[in-house]
Structure formats: structure tokens, C-alpha cells
Ligand binder design. Structure first.
Ligand SMILES: NC(=O)c1ccc[n+]([C@@H]2O[C@H](COP(=O)([O-])OP(=O)(O)OC[C@H]3O[C@@H](n4cnc5c(N)ncnc54)[C@H](OP(=O)(O)O)[C@@H]3O)[C@@H](O)[C@H]2O)c1
Length: 318
């Protein structure tokens, strides 16, 4: 797929969507951001030239609304996803029903490329989140067998929720929780590398990447405890790391999960029981000819604001 084509991004107003939009705009694509609230995507227009990026209101209760947005698009990327359920906004709707509607609309409109962003480790995880993501992949494959699936580990980069949340907590909590001893392993992946992967897949003129699943992990495999250590070193703060055994973490998750925007849920505690790393032999960045970026290169660029005294506390950089 060459430049000057139109790509639609569902869920494009979010963290990953913003980064993908930026890269697509640089590469010269026209971009439609399908969103429930167009105002939330207006700032993305500044990534492109006048008229290059448009925000389109999408009513996911009305398949025609999806069809109208997709019509005439050369490629579609689905990023719709949630981390916790609240009322009608449940995992089945966000990860199975909506992606199925989008996939069907792609078939009906003869869209050439469809990329669906799923999540790493969903085959073995017992969390509801992972099970719904897996069910969503299966449903899409039935409808649009040539879709390309991206399964990232936890994503880092300016504006992420994971590293920013723990860095923020470290600014006022005297201790940070090590759920289940903090032994769960992750392979944090840079948001810019995922954006690069989508560009590569869209730009590929043949069907090389179609119908395939790419497991996207960064160059470092780190435990939850090591992530805290890296983070605390980066923001130059000393905090105790307190072991929280699984049964207590589950209780905490159940109670904290009742908050309107919970930082932890019971389902997330369940997902921490399994490592979130790329299995040997799985297709990944190498197959996309992308060298993943290390955390140490990127974290200093956006975590400095959590240092005591802020970004300019370090005399050398002041
Ligand atoms: N961030 C990570 O570390 C990570 C790791 C692995 C996988 N992923 C997956 O990558 C995708 C993008 O993640 P992200 O971090 O960019 O998420 P995000 O910032 O939360 O954005 C997700 C988008 O989904 C849309 N959305 C949420 N609930 C919806 C609903 N009920 N109906 C329709 N749209 C809904 C929202 O778009 P509007 O409000 O504009 O409609 C939102 O902008 C998700 O599928 C996520 O599961 C993320």
C-alpha cells in the first residue's frame, strides 16, 4: 500500500492511536479517526496538514455508522480496547462485538488491509481481559481471515498509563506494592515501534504480513520488581517495595476495582499470574525488520517530570 491512501483508526484517540496517527501522517497517509467523541481527537489534527486527519463520530450501536466511516478506506486499524469493565462497557463488547462489526464492514467495503491490535500472552492467561481478546481474534479470523494481528506486551512511551501511573504513585506513596512478590515477567515495548510495525504492514505491497500474528516485545525481559527499580532510579526516588501475597492482592483488586477508574482490578491481579513475554519461535519484530527500542533510551524523555524538583533538578541538565 503506497502513500496518499486513506487509513481509518478505530479507537485512534487513545495512547497508541495518537502515536500511530503521527507516524501515518508523516508517511503521507490520509487518516480518519473513528471515535465516540470527536472532540477527543481534535488535537490529533495538528499532526498533519490541513484536512489530512479528520475525526469521525462513530456510534458502535449502529453498524451503518461504522460502514460509513470505513467506506472508501484502503486500510483499517482497530485499537478499541478497555482494561476494566464498567456497566455496559464490558470486555465482550469492546474486544469481541465491536471488532467483529469492524471486520465485517472491512469485508463489505473491500478494505485491502486490516490490522487488529490484541495483547500478548492471551493464550495462557486466565483473566477475563485476555480471554475476551482471544475470542475477539478468533471472531475476526472467521470474518476477515487476512487480518494482521499485533500482540504487544505492556507499552511504554510518553502518555502511557503503566509507567506514568507507577511514577505518579511513587511521588506520594512511601511504598509500592509488589503483587505476588513482583516476579511476573514483562517485555515492555516502545509505542513508536508498534507504530512502525503498522506502517510496515500497511505499506507492504504484497500479502506477506496478512493472516499472521506478530508478538511484540521490547529488547528487555524484566520482572515487575525490576520495572519498579528501573522506574525509581529514573525518577531518583527511594521507595520501599512491599510484598503483597496473591490472596491479599486479589482482595485489594476486588475493592479498588469498585472505583470509577480503578488503578487495579481483580482481573488484572489474575493476569499478573502469568508472564507477559514473547514465546521463543513466535513471529515478532525481527520478521518485520524492526529493531525494538530499549526502555533506557525512552524513559528519561518523559519520566523526568516525576523527579523531586522536576525536569530541571539535575544540575547537569539545568
Ligand atoms: N497500552 C498498553 O500497554 C497495551 C498493551 C497491550 C495491548 N494493548 C491494546 O492496544 C489497544 C490500544 O491501547 P491504548 O493503550 O491506546 O488504549 P486507550 O488509550 O485506552 O485507547 C483505547 C481506545 O478505545 C476506545 N474505546 C474504549 N472503550 C470503548 C468502547 N466501549 N467502545 C468503543 N470504543 C471504545 C476509545 O476511543 P474513543 O473514546 O475515542 O471512542 C479509546 O481511545 C487496545 O486494544 C489495548 O487492549 C495496549
Amino acid at each position: 500500500m503506497t502513500q496518499n491512501k486513506t487509513i481509518c483508526i478505530f479507537g485512534g484517540s487513545g495512547f497508541l492511536g495518537k502515536n500511530i496517527t503521527q507516524e501515518l501522517a508523516r508517511a503521507g497517509y490520509r487518516i480518519k479517526i473513528a471515535t465516540r467523541i470527536p472532540e477527543s481527537a481534535y488535537e490529533l489534527k495538528t499532526y498533519g496538514t490541513v484536512g489530512q486527519i479528520v475525526a469521525c463520530q462513530c456510534n458502535y450501536n449502529d453498524p451503518e455508522s461504522i460502514d460509513k466511516i470505513i467506506k472508501g478506506c484502503d486500510g483499517v486499524i482497530n485499537l478499541v480496547g478497555i482494561l476494566f469493565e464498567k456497566g455496559k462497557n464490558n470486555f465482550k463488547r469492546a474486544h469481541v462485538d465491536i471488532p467483529s462489526l469492524i471486520a465485517q464492514s472491512c469485508v463489505d467495503s473491500d478494505v485491502q488491509k486490516f490490522i487488529h491490535v490484541s495483547a500478548l500472552g492471551i493464550n495462557s492467561s486466565i483473566s477475563k481481559y485476555a480471554k475476551s481478546k482471544l475470542e475477539g481474534e478468533k471472531a475476526i479470523k472467521e470474518i476477515y481471515p487476512n487480518a494482521t494481528f499485533l500482540r504487544p506486551s505492556v507499552i511504554f512511551g510518553a502518555g502511557d498509563s503503566f509507567f506514568n501511573m507507577f511514577a505518579k504513585l511513587a511521588t506520594f506513596l512511601p511504598a509500592l506494592p509488589l503483587i505476588g512478590g513482583g516476579k511476573t515477567k514483562f517485555q515492555p515495548v516502545y509505542v513508536g515501534d508498534i507504530a512502525d510495525a503498522t506502517i510496515k504492514i500497511l505499506a507492504r505491497p504484497d500479502d506477506e504480513y496478512e493472516g499472521r500474528t506478530y508478538h511484540l516485545g521490547g529488547p528487555d525481559v524484566v520482572s515487575f520488581k525490576e520495572i519498579y527499580e528501573i522506574l525509581l532510579k529514573e525518577i531518583n526516588r527511594d521507595r520501599k517495595l512491599v510484598n503483597v501475597p496473591w490472596p491479599i492482592a486479589k482482595l485489594q483488586g476486588a475493592f479498588i476495582g469498585l472505583l470509577p477508574k480503578p488503578p487495579l482490578t481483580l482481573d488484572q491481579v489474575r493476569s499478573l499470574k502469568k508472564d507477559n513475554i514473547v514465546k521463543e519461535g513466535a513471529r515478532g519484530f525481527e520478521d518485520l525488520q524492526i529493531t525494538p527500542t530499549a526502555m533506557e533510551t525512552i524513559l528519561p524523555l518523559y519520566l523526568a517530570c516525576y523527579k523531586r524538583g522536576g525536569r530541571f533538578c539535575d544540575k547537569k541538565t539545568a
